[in-house]
Design a protein around this ligand. Structure first.
Ligand code: HEM
Length: 495
């Protein structure tokens, strides 16, 4: 009886105190940024077809540089002003350094075991160190030098098809696929490898779509996450299985190679996978810790390189050719510059030429601004934050839209802010940019590109496809024509 009386008195008192503290806290904290009003419980979920970078950019024009959306139980903030981007990516980047996850991301990255999607902290720091060591050590620098050889190979393959309509997307993807494949897995494209190379491309293209897919199940409480109205779970499972088989076959090939080549020591490792496996052999001996790297992490790094190194550069190459075919004056200016700097009597563009190709560089940067391969930078708050007088709760998704941050140089003033900053910035950008510049310089120096018969400049569209990365929805088809005064690359290499 006594206990019951105490409870009857205590419960309302506790409820009153809780309400009081909560409302005091709500009164004390800053407001959320503006955004479209959502429905109770589901918030703005019904607007989800607008949550790609173009749709979010449009919403930002109405609501401002920091926009707030409610997606079921989650908060989403969209940053489109350079000042706020500076806060998120630079000044307060320690607070915004987690990556948001979705069911697809968690499953496809072996539970955020890779570098790109793991959360910020000591483990991320160790992974990033390992990544840089594996990719940019002196040994790796030698294998990235193969970029030049693979670009030359691509030029020869285009030269063998002059006068015929080519799918530029396929040309660009086979080039970047070969660069990544060779640097990371040691083997270059050959007819015996062709099936594997195609499989590699299929996997990353499906991954890109799944990473960017908006899945309702991500925004409901976890006990409801089995709902799958869009059929994403099945696709995710299939994609992960294909990736796993692919990476395991690569790892097994490397282990078999070691068995057949007796007395191979760690210094003789030839490619990134060799190096990762040599590292892993030592790591298993280390006692368990927060930063210990396991086999899933090794697979995750391989996945990041496959994904980061191939699609970004290939998409950028296709977009540059698209923009130049839509603008014959700029195409002429780029090609005149190449003729002056490199000379029509030689076909190979060297490092030293790239530095002098200022208009080409300007076109490349401009294209990346108009069509950034990753149009939404995905971040998540590690703790509560305050930006520009607004409140951002812990665990919120924050998307920065580079398309809105930069204004184009060819068509207006230079951009004010670079997105290549902050702890989670791209570690492979320099390498990617080198491959991008070298490939485009060669393709535009060695060939004049025409549209197929019956297609006019105005017909070349810039419609974007879905996904985390932005590809052209309709692949560009163009006809390469011989341009140089020197013998064709084809003849000089007996291809
Ligand atoms: C021109 C080509 C490239 C572009 C445009 C690009 C773009 C980006 C962007 C926008 C980010 C996210 C930055 C952020 O969230 O603040 C990123 C991260 C990343 N990129 Fe790249 N990238 C390129 C090339 C590469 C290459 C060649 C590799 C690997 C070989 C690579 C591997 C990565 C990884 C692992 C991350 C995640 C880093 C982290 O979270 O700590 N990228 N990239």
């Amino acid at each position: 009886m006594y206990t019951l009386m105490t409870l009857i008195l205590l419960v309302p008192l506790l409820l009153f105190l809780f309400r009081h503290l909560l409302s005091r806290r709500l009164r004390q904290r800053k407001p959320y940024p503006p955004g479209p009003k959502g429905l109770p419980i589901i918030g703005n979920i019904l607007m989800m077809n607008q949550f790609n970078h173009r749709g979010l950019a449009k919403l930002s024009r109405t609501y401002g540089g920091l926009l707030h959306l409610r997606l079921g139980i989650s908060h989403l903030f969209v940053v489109s002003s350079p000042q706020i981007a500076r806060q998120v990516l630079q000044v307060q980047d320690h607070v915004f350094s987690n990556r948001p996850t979705t069911i697809a991301i968690r499953y496809l990255t072996y539970g955020q075991s890779d570098l790109a999607f793991c959360n910020y902290g000591p483990f991320w720091r160790r992974m990033r160190k390992l990544y840089v060591m594996m990719l940019f050590s002196r040994k790796r620098a030698e294998s990235w030098a193969s970029v030049d050889e693979e670009v030359h190979k691509a030029v020869r393959s285009v030269a063998a098809n002059v006068g015929k309509p080519l799918n530029v997307c396929k040309v660009a993807f086979s080039l970047t696929r070969d660069i990544t494949f060779r640097a990371a897995f040691g083997s270059s494209s050959s007819s015996s490898n062709e099936g594997r190379l195609d499989e590699f491309l299929e996997i990353i293209q499906e991954f890109s779509k799944l990473f960017g897919e908006f899945n309702v199940a991500d925004y409901v409480p976890s006990w409801l996450s089995w709902i799958d109205p869009q059929g994403i779970n099945k696709r995710v499972e299939k994609a992960r299985k294909s990736l796993d088989c692919f990476i395991e076959s690569i790892i097994n090939d490397h282990l078999d190679k070691k068995k057949t080549e007796k007395n191979v020591n760690v210094d003789e490792v030839t490619d990134m996978v060799d190096q990762l496996l040599a590292f892993y052999k030592e790591e298993v001996k280390v006692k368990d810790s927060e930063t210990k790297i396991n086999l899933d992490n090794i697979k995750g790094i391989i996945m990041d390189v496959m994904f980061g190194g191939t699609e970004t550069v290939a998409l950028a190459i296709e977009w540059v050719l698209t923009e130049l075919l839509r603008s014959p004056e700029n195409m002429k200016r780029v090609q005149d510059e190449l003729a002056t700097v490199v000379g029509l009597e030689r076909w190979s563009v060297e490092d030293t030429h790239l530095e002098k190709l200022s208009f080409l560089k300007c076109v490349l940067k401009d294209t990346l601004r108009l069509h950034p391969p990753f149009p939404l930078l995905l971040h998540e708050t590690v703790e509560e934050a305050e930006v520009s007088g607004y409140f951002i709760p812990k665990g919120s998704r924050v998307m920065v839209t580079p398309t809105l941050l930069g204004v184009t140089r060819l068509r207006g003033p230079t951009r004010k802010y670079s997105t290549r900053v902050g702890r989670r910035s791209c570690p492979g950008m320099q390498l990617g940019m080198y491959a991008f510049e070298l490939a485009v310089a060669h393709l535009l120096h060695c060939f004049t590109w025409r549209l197929p018969d019956g297609v006019k400049f105005g017909d070349v569209d810039t419609i974007e496809g879905p996904g985390l990365t932005v590809a052209k929805a309709n692949s560009l088809v163009a006809v390469p024509i011989k341009r140089l005064l020197c013998p064709m690359v084809l003849e000089s290499h007996n291809v």
